[in-house]
Write a protein that binds this ligand. Sequence first.
Ligand code: MTE
Ligand code: HPA
Ligand code: MOS
Length: 768
Amino acid sequence: MDATARQAQKTAVGNALPHDSAHLHVSGRAAYTDDLPEPRDLLHVAVGMSSKAHARLRAIDLGAVLAAEGVVDVCRASDIPGENNCGPIVHDEKIFATDTVEFVGQAIFAVAARTVEQARKAARLAKIEYEELEPILDPLTAVEKGSFVLPSETLTRGDPPAALREAPRRLQRRINIGGQDQFYLEGHISMCVPQEDNGLLIYSSTQHPDEVQHLVANATDRAAKDVVCICRRMGGAFGGKETQAATIACIAAVMTVKTGRSCKLRLDRDVDMIMTGKRHDFVVDYDVGFDETGRIRGIDFTFASRCGISADLSGPVNDRTMFHCDNAYFLENVNIESHRCKTNTVSNTAFRGFGGPQGMFAIEHVIDDIARTLGVDPLEVRRRNFYGIGERDVTQYGQAVEDNILDLVADELEASAEYRERRAAIREFNRENKVLKRGIALTPVKFGISFTATHLNQAAALVHVYKDGSVHLNHGGTEMGQGLYIKVAQVVADELGVPVSAIRINAADTSKVPNASATAASSGSDMNGKAAQLAARKIRNRLTEFAARHFSVNETEIDFGGGRVSVGSGSVDFAELVQLAWFDRVSLSATGFYKTPKINYDRSTFSGRPFFYYAYGAAVTEVVVDTLTGENRMLRVDIVHDCGDSLNPAMDLGQVEGGFVQGAGWLTSEELWWNDAGELQTHAPSTYKIPVCSDLAPEFNVTLLENAANREDTIYRSKAVGEPPLMLAISVFHAIRDAIATDANPLPALDAPATPEAVLRAIEGTGP
Ligand code: MTE
Ligand code: HPA
Ligand code: MOS
């Protein structure tokens, strides 16, 4: 059934239903972790952080901390009953520093007090003696000194040296790409409540309750069965709560074990920004050979990313960079080198796109440089390098691009956005205006869907049908505002033929659904949707079997829909059938398990099929730049994005708009800046500028691609949408570059983010 047919049948899937918590969000009644009722014995925790980027810890005197008003206890590494570790993949990250500190903001101790203010005040009273050591504060120095969190990786296809040698034209360049803070509205928080017989209950704002459960168990010397982690919703996460939430939870839990009381740790904004990881900033060197038509013959990339002090997710993040530095383009001869640099800064982590944006940014920059060198429209060069259909269609890692709709999307957008006409109008505008300059760019997105670590592509769900016909739904996915819970509820509603209002959407809970992967890699609805569908289908099959028996009809004569069950020529209420089935002792609870098919990939050779499919999109952005101040703003944005057959077009539209705006922030205004002592100086909204409403383009046209059913058998042929739209914002950067390029300065050296300062540097040629 396609989307239109489903809508005609008034089913839930495919409808633009509002977010299940929308009415709670707007009325302030949605309970985030800090809103949960506080246990009577609750203590508030604050963290004592390192003020040095790299130092030996000579002495730690917590006397004044302990003596401060309201303080009940303190906690250090030696108080951790289990392992002093919160490293998710590699065990290389400590909960509390021991003999050395490695970045400004690293946790050294925690203090518990009766109020938050008392705890935070007391944390500042520690007397810590440091013996300072030489820090490494940027990726290039790290490369020079061979300082890496993980071994460097290389991926080669074809014969890049020969292709480069023989290419008619050649360009080399260095690109700087800034990082980004997730800036979720709700900061990191965990509340740990002791349970009888050594049990621990953790309420955590986390994308990965399973990992919180396991790392807390490990730190408190318990088994996973003794720890439960619950998360009903997050006030945004954006990758920032994939691993980082575990550190916060471990500190709260260790303090609970030490004091025997409930403990809550909530970071304020500054501490959150200083203490927790962000998007990796990159330095990229490229060497490209191409022909007079702009087609790339050979390319060599060297990526160096700031990973901070530990591996965290830097392995898979940088792998994804290697998998996405082709974006939409066939790179026949390519060499990719990836350095995972160890720096004395906070350990970087997941952020929407997960390394993909940086790889895609790099190749889009190469394409733009080629076009500007040849003096042709960058869109032509993009088209010339697009993956082909049936030829030139294998990625550098060996996966065939089978679902290529790049030309289709680009053609549709070029027409609907009036790209050609506006290009001409902009030329005219720029001839007439000396100070204000306009620019335009169309950039495509092709983003691989699946966790690159194959084993993470699994999900499970738990569905109960109660005697009154109402439904309880759990799955391993977490809700961070993206609309996962309503989408999965829509799937279950249609499977049981009941309205969405018959379903209670429940918190992610490790005691309901075990061993769940992080809600990440945009795969939440793909995987949990399928798992929940399978669980609901089991119950529906049992009900069908029962009804056939009970009413003496054939199973094929039974159908579920609209809250009723048709049985032959008659029908009964769903609740009525459920009652009868219960009376007949039919089980009305089931689990569902799903693993993504078709994927297999060998990390040791970077080859195979890491992705189930690709999501596509393209954006045209027009900007105006004040060439005297460097200030810039978007004038018009047109987007065509591919969500397959959307499960919920309202949620998907929100994801496309939000993703684009967040990407625009990354590439224009959000600047992370560390001083020479390794202190992050942009740790609050006063100095770190995320987009606000007034930054939106006055004309913002977003279209979800029509008739775009996923070729692969995903849930109702939909496509993942969480991350891909972020990279549509690469068009903003190139529109700015387009606006400031002149005959005298055809390839402006513009760094990302293109802040007014960076734009001015590029115009004045004082850039890097
Ligand atoms: N949308 C909102 N509103 N808040 C978020 O934190 N996170 C993004 C994206 N969209 C996020 C969001 C990221 S990083 C991912 S991986 C996906 O949502 C995760 O959810 P999904 O798999 O259900 O799409
Ligand atoms: N994407 C997002 N998060 C992840 C991934 C990935 O590919 N692998 C591990 N965590
Ligand atoms: Mo998203 S960066 O995969 O949490």
